[in-house]
Design a protein. Structure first.
Length: 101
């Protein structure tokens, strides 16, 4: 199931702490060569310069934005694309490949 946020995150966003953590976690799942942050972001719920820069890079590379706004909106293209990089839910995994630690 796609992850959601209750308000925008990033430049000029509402920037609720839980939403910001969600966006940081999703950005960290994106490989650096595909627009993800390097080094990984601290998942602290504080969307400052590094998080905004990571959002802009992701928007530029993954969405082809020539002027990325550095904001993830709750029903926007950026969040939808970030969700494509999220781990698949357990019910969609091959049961033969699941294991516990």
């Amino acid at each position: 199931m796609a992850r959601t946020i209750s308000g925008s995150v990033g430049a000029g966003g509402v920037n609720r702490k839980d939403d910001s953590r969600t966006v940081q976690e999703l950005l960290n799942k994106v490989p650096a060569d595909q627009g993800g942050p390097s080094p990984l972001l601290a998942v602290d719920g504080l969307p400052w310069q590094k998080t905004i820069a990571a959002i802009r890079s992701f928007q530029r590379i993954q969405l082809g934005f020539t002027s990325p706004d550095g904001r993830v909106d709750r029903d926007g293209k950026t969040l939808a694309k970030l969700n494509e990089f999220d781990d698949p839910p357990a019910e969609h995994l091959d049961p033969g490949r699941m294991w516990c630690v």
